[in-house]
Write a protein that binds this ligand. Structure first.
Ligand SMILES: CC(C)(COP(=O)(O)OP(=O)(O)OC[C@H]1O[C@@H](n2cnc3c(N)ncnc32)[C@H](O)[C@@H]1OP(=O)(O)O)[C@@H](O)C(=O)NCCC(=O)NCCS
Length: 252
């Protein structure tokens, strides 16, 4: 997929070449709340409402949406439906993620609430009507999801190569589709929704050059194929042998 005049990049899991170039290790999964302080990164929060794209519909009755942070629907969807889905993905695909089921099962309400409220982390989900809880109050069943984090900006450090890019970057993580919904294009649709959001926010900020990054664990060829199909390119290996993929926007 290509977006004219826009370049996207998808980054690394644990120690991307970009981070290596700043000699600052980054632990992908832990950083949602504290990466800025710990690694001296500067968040650049756009002054726009996050909901810039409408739901995407797919064959089979699923829709893709961003979980809103400012509505009761969003709160209910996140805490009531996404949280168990998140634990399920850690249980079903323990080798695909840096976090673990044991770690996140131990999270208390405060941690989940901080995750929900985090202005630099948005969750996109594919929903189908929940047959087991058919009621007007039901928000549906999540069958695929991802988390988009950003925009981030790494300030140049004293003595660093001035040519090192300091363009904003975003990260994708926690990508998962339920087993019975795989190979239907659902993860691709969720990813595309996230990409459209990034483009929209960047355009509103007036910044054309940015990148989108993702880290894939060693041997996860399905995930690599998913990202490569979406225009990400392999940029290197992390210290554990995982693959770092990036999609650039606004390049030459
Ligand atoms: C990777 C994953 C998210 C893909 O979800 P999905 O909804 O099945 O993905 P899609 O149907 O949108 O597939 C898009 C493309 O990805 C590639 N792909 C997906 N699954 C694949 C597989 N099992 N084998 C080879 N390629 C695969 C294909 O290129 C596919 O396009 P195609 O079906 O037209 O050939 C899913 O397999 C999953 O949840 N895996 C476990 C968790 C995980 O690894 N997450 C990624 C962490 S980085």
């Amino acid at each position: 997929m290509s977006h004219q005049g826009v370049r996207v990049e998808c980054i690394s899991t644990r120690l991307s070449p970009l981070f290596q170039s700043f000699r600052k290790p980054v632990c992908r999964y832990l950083c949602i709340f504290d990466s800025f302080d710990r690694y001296n990164m500067k968040p650049s929060v756009p002054e726009v409402k996050p909901s810039t794209v409408g739901p995407t519909e797919g064959e089979g009755g699923w829709t893709v949406e961003q979980i809103p942070k400012d509505t009761e629907h969003g709160r209910k969807l996140y805490h009531g439906v996404y949280r168990p889905f998140r634990l399920k993905m850690l249980k079903e695909a323990p080798n695909s993620f840096s976090s673990t089921l044991a770690r996140e099962t131990a999270f208390d309400e405060e941690v989940w609430e901080r995750r929900f409220e985090n202005p630099l982390a948005l969750t996109f989900v594919a929903l189908v009507p929940d047959q087991s809880h058919q009621s007007a109050m039901s928000v549906g069943k999540i069958v695929s999801a991802l988390t988009l984090r950003g925009p981030f900006h790494i300030p140049p450090h004293q003595g660093e190569d001035v040519n090192v890019s300091t363009d904003p970057y975003w990260e994708i993580n926690a990508v998962y589709t339920d087993l019975e919904y795989r190979r239907m294009g659902i993860a691709s649709a969720v990813l595309e929704e996230a990409v459209q959001h990034v483009i929209s926010v960047q355009q509103k900020m007036g910044l054309r050059r940015f990148s989108l990054k993702v880290g894939v664990m060693m041997g996860n060829e399905e995930a690599k194929a998913l990202y490569e199909k979406a225009g990400f390119v392999l940029v290197g290996k992390d210290s554990d042998g995982g693959d770092d993929l990036v999609r650039y926007f606004g390049g030459d």
